[in-house]
Every structure is written in C-alpha cells, then in structure tokens.
Design a protein around this ligand. Structure first.
Ligand SMILES: C[S@@+](CC[C@H](N)C(=O)[O-])C[C@H]1O[C@@H](n2cnc3c(N)ncnc32)[C@H](O)[C@@H]1O
Length: 259
C-alpha cells in the first residue's frame, strides 16, 4: 500500500546550499535551541495540537517549539482521521509519539514508535494511552532499527531526523540533544542504508530533512550506500521561535539505486 503523499513543491528551494550557508546550519546554534527548549520556564508538561492534549515528558523533543512535527504530519497527510484503510507505519525517532498516534487515527492499523531516548519511548506510550489507542501502538527502545525484530517490515518507514551535522567527535550532553544534531551523520548514514530494507515490497522509506542539514552530504552518503534520494515534497517555513530563520523542510524517499 502506497503512502498518500501530496508533494508541496515551492519554486526555487535552496536545496544544495549545505551547512556553509551561515548560521542556519550551525550545530552550536542548534544545541542552543535544544538547551532553550529543554530548560525554558514555560516548557509545558501538556500541550495542545490538532485539538488534542499531549503529554510532554522531560528530555523529549517539544513539538511546540519547532514546526517540524507539524510539517512531518502534513507531509504524510496524517492530520485528517480515517484517510487510510490499514497498513503499517514505523515512526523512527518518535519523540512524544504524536505522529505515530496520528498515524493510527489516520487509519494505519499497525504502528510502531521507536526512539533511542527512553523518555521518548515512555512519552509515546503515555500519549497513545491518553488517546485510547495504547493497545494499538507498540513502542520500542533502540538505536535506529536495533530494537525491532529482524523480519519486521512496514508500508511506511519515517524519520523526522536530527538533521543538523555536528562534528564527528561531538559527545551528547543530554538525551534531548539527540533530537537536534547527528555527530558525523553516523545515524543518517545507517538510516539511508537500512530504512529501505525495512519496507514491504510496495512500501516507502522516508526521511524528513531540512536545509539546516547538509543536503549535498546526504546525497553523497546515499550514493555510497547504493541508494537514491527522491525529493517528494518541500515546505518553506519561517521559524521564529529562536531568531528568524527561513527553513526549507524536505521530504525524501530513499530508493535502492537502479542500474
Ligand atoms: C527532531 S526529533 C523528532 C521527534 C518526533 N518525531 C517529532 O516529530 O516530534 C528526532 C528524534 O529522533 C530521535 N533519534 C535520534 N537519534 C536516533 C537514533 N539513532 N535512533 C532512534 N532515534 C533517534 C531523537 O531522540 C528524537 O526523538
């Protein structure tokens, strides 16, 4: 079953400008945004999105301080209930589990939410429980696909990633920082190689990236992994929570390279 995706192509996306384009791609700035989102006095325990209340646990990526959760949900057409008739969905890096829970409301009938951050895994389970679908959302703790059964496959594999490149030697100072930067793009490289192996025969491996990340490096890594990237959709967003950045959000499909 194919994911129903509506490409939202804007004229002249700044794809390919890489992290050398000033402060947008600065990992120090992203770590600053991480720190602020984690420690600000008004960080809520519960927030409202899509007319529902959601728990926000400590150390978990806060959808209220970044547009990326909402952009991901729009990319995937998950905002409206019952638009799907079954199918399986893996949310890699689930954070609060909002996207995974919305996938259930949209009609996917087998949904798994996985994260390397244990607090996020607990948060996703709590939100599914809060909305009466706790028995239908499976949560998994692990580094990318390591927590899954070897044979598990999905119609949609999706990661709204920590797309900012940090130096390879950077050591995380909190679990929360994992939502923002990827040292040396080690996790991205593995995702590019492994996500297409986790789809059903008609399934799709998807990556939500942005031009805060190093887009040329992503293409280079895909090539090294024997994969091709297809840009399915873009959405330009003014991100004004911390500063005033205009960011191109990008939805890629990862495909095995055709000869
Ligand atoms: C940008 S946040 C997105 C969170 C959530 N999907 C959302 O949209 O609100 C990226 C998420 O990826 C998770 N993550 C980072 N590296 C990971 C890895 N190696 N394996 C699994 N999850 C990872 C982070 O912990 C974080 O929850």
């Amino acid at each position: 079953m194919q994911a129903q995706l509506t490409p939202v192509v804007i004229p002249g996306p700044r794809v390919g400008t890489g992290p050398g384009h000033g402060p947008l791609g600065s990992y120090e700035r992203s770590l600053g945004r991480s720190r602020e989102s984690l420690t600000r006095a008004d960080r809520p325990d519960v927030f409202t999105m899509y007319d529902r209340e959601w728990d926000l646990f400590p150390e978990v990526f806060a959808p209220v301080y970044s547009p990326s959760t909402r952009v991901g949900i729009e990319f995937l057409n998950l905002a409206r209930p019952r638009t799907r008739d079954g199918g399986s969905f893996l949310e890699m890096g689930c954070g609060t589990g909002l996207t995974a829970t919305m996938a259930l409301f949209a009609g996917y009938d087998r949904v798994v939410a996985s994260d390397i951050n244990r607090m996020a895994v607990a948060n996703a389970a709590a939100n599914a429980e809060r909305h009466g679908v706790g028995d239908r959302l499976r949560t998994v703790h692990g580094d990318l696909f390591l927590g899954l059964e070897p044979e598990e496959r999905f119609d949609v594999v999706f990661w709204s990633s920590n797309y900012v490149l940090a130096p390879a030697e950077y050591s995380y100072r909190s679990a929360h920082e994992r939502a923002y930067v990827d040292p040396g793009y080690h996790a991205h490289r593995r995702y590019l190689a492994e996500a297409p192996l986790r789809t059903t025969s008609t399934g799709r491996a998807l990556l939500h990236f942005s031009d805060r990340g190093d887009v040329p490096a992503l293409y280079g890594m895909a090539d090294e992994c024997g994969a091709e990237l297809r840009l399915l959709a873009t959405r330009q967003v003014r991100e004004s929570e911390y500063g005033d950045d205009v960011v191109d959000h990008l939805l890629f499909e990862i495909l095995p390279r055709t000869a």
